[in-house]
Design a protein around this ligand. Structure first.
Ligand code: SIN
Length: 480
């Protein structure tokens, strides 16, 4: 197989490839080259996709969980067989280094595999009745047509984490992939078709203008569930739009993850965790460590070790050997990161490593470590989405927890400590949906991914993930 074998540039609706009057360019962020011209879906095509999904729903819902599971398993296998080509395609359109892309393909497939297994285990309940002559059952049924809007930072995994759960539950699915990275979503559709997903069960509507297509997915009466991964600001708009038809919603929104290092931590392990958490995908994940909080007594020592590691990164085109940090998704992303760093430096921060644009091109930013930072700086309260680690100092446990929670976000948090009492106190004190203790990576299909506060609603992955695509129906049998 080659990349060309899975490269598709039309929309995918009702099991067919659909061209559009307009097309839009997909650009390689590493070089600025145009990779492909993709069909530009409008509201009409989005509405056609919703109708196709609604038409396909009764038959897909009626299949046994075991039968749906078998199709999903084939999809998983085909994705894994195509790992090398999907990874190459992902690096071309998204920029992350090839090894990270291959990791994402496997991570993405793991949600299809996981939910293929869960499809067989959507159990209802038989409830002891409240009165004589009655029986009570609780049935679990698929919600119906699901509309999804997914981001560019994980162009495969953020689709499969939603589609795997939705399809396993018996829902049908329409996704609008990010305009920067539609090719991975379209390649998934090609593999879904080869796996034997019936027409209309999985539809992809790429577009250069997200708002109108998003409006269809959030307001169309046939869409019963809407799921989004992206920024909190956009999520709030989409959530408000969903209110008009009272859809069920899942929202995976922004984060501002604290990464706390206490004085009893294994500092080498903490540095390795910080590298993994902060610089994965060039810092472009919602769960990236955003604020390093380090106890004053180990601050200098931690910064020295972190800086030494960051200096070893190789920045470049993700297709090139040995590159560990690719470009950011586009020039505007690099502009935003630069503005945050400049704001911090103007207020007294010091760039211990990096601190500016790379001379490789307009989308590249140097891996950066900032010291002498303060919570009053924008870099404390803003999701950085770039390879920049500001390192703040704190004196004691209470101050660390208060600083960590001092944000409207509540997605992921990390901390390094060894004292078992401290570990429990801090774990319980942090207002975040996911907390990693002595580890820098927490994403896996087996655990519930999701946030508290303004970081979102619902959970994805794990045995909880499928519940977001299920309606509960209570049945009362009287007169027995
Ligand atoms: C995200 O950044 O939205 C997802 C990150 C992950 O799944 O690890």
């Amino acid at each position: 197989m080659t990349v060309n074998d899975i490269l598709r540039t039309d929309g995918f609706v009702d099991g067919r490839w659909v061209a559009a009057d307009r097309r839009f360019p997909v650009v390689n962020p590493a070089t600025g080259d145009v990779l492909a011209e993709v069909a530009d879906a409008d509201e009409d095509l989005a509405a056609r996709a919703v109708q196709a999904a609604a038409n396909a729903f009764p038959a897909w819902k009626a299949m046994t969980g075991k039968a749906r599971s078998a199709v999903l398993r084939r999809w998983n296998d085909l994705i894994l067989d195509a790992t090398d080509d999907l990874a190459r395609l992902m690096t071309l359109e998204q920029g992350k280094p090839l090894a990270e892309s291959a990791g994402e393909v496997k991570y993405g497939a793991s949600f299809i595999e996981w939910f293929a297994e869960e499809a067989k285990r959507v159990y209802g309940d038989v409830v002891p009745p409240h009165a004589d002559g009655r029986r009570i059952v609780v049935l679990k049924e698929p919600v119906g047509v699901v509309g999804a809007v997914t981001p560019w930072n994980f162009p495969i995994a953020m689709i499969t984490r939603k589609a795997g759960a939705a399809l396993a539950a018996g829902c049908t699915f329409v996704v609008k992939p990010a305009e920067d990275t539609p090719l991975c979503g379209l390649a998934l559709a090609e593999l879904a078709q080869r796996a034997g997903l019936p027409p209309g069960v999985f539809n992809v509507v790429p577009t250069s203008t997200p708002a109108p297509v998003g409006k269809v997915l959030t307001t169309h009466p046939l869409v019963r569930k809407f799921t989004f991964t992206g920024s909190t600001a956009v999520g709030k708009t989409l959530l408000a739009q969903c209110a008009s038809t009272v859809k069920k919603v899942s929202m995976e929104l922004g984060g501002n993850a604290p990464f706390i290092v206490f004085d009893d931590a294994d500092l080498d392990a903490a540095v390795q965790g910080a590298i993994a958490s902060k610089y994965r995908n060039a810092g472009q994940t919602c769960v990236c460590a955003n604020r390093m909080l380090v106890q004053s007594s180990v601050y200098e020592s931690f910064v020295d070790r972190l800086a030494a590691e960051v200096e070893r990164f190789k920045v470049g085109n993700g297709l090139d050997d040995g590159v560990t940090i690719g470009p950011l998704i586009h020039r505007k992303a690099a502009d935003d990161v630069e503005a945050l760093v400049k704001d911090a430096v103007a207020s007294g921060a010091r760039a211990r490593v990096g601190g500016g644009r790379s001379d490789l091109g307009p989308t590249y930013f140097e891996p950066t470590v900032l010291t002498d930072v303060a919570p009053t700086m924008r870099v404390f309260s803003t999701e950085i989405f770039g390879p920049v680690a500001p390192v703040f100092a704190f004196d004691d446990e209470q101050e660390a927890i208060a600083m960590a929670n001092n944000t409207p976000y509540g997605l992921a948090a990390y901390f390094y400590a060894r004292d078992v009492g401290r570990v429990w106190r801090v774990m319980e004190g942090l207002e975040f949906g996911m907390v990693a203790v002595n580890d820098g990576l927490l994403s896996t299909e087996v655990a519930p991914f999701g946030g508290m506060k303004e970081s979102g609603l619902g959970r994805e992955g794990s045995r909880h993930g499928i519940e977001d695509y299920i309606e509960i129906k209570y049945g009362l049998f009287g007169g027995l």
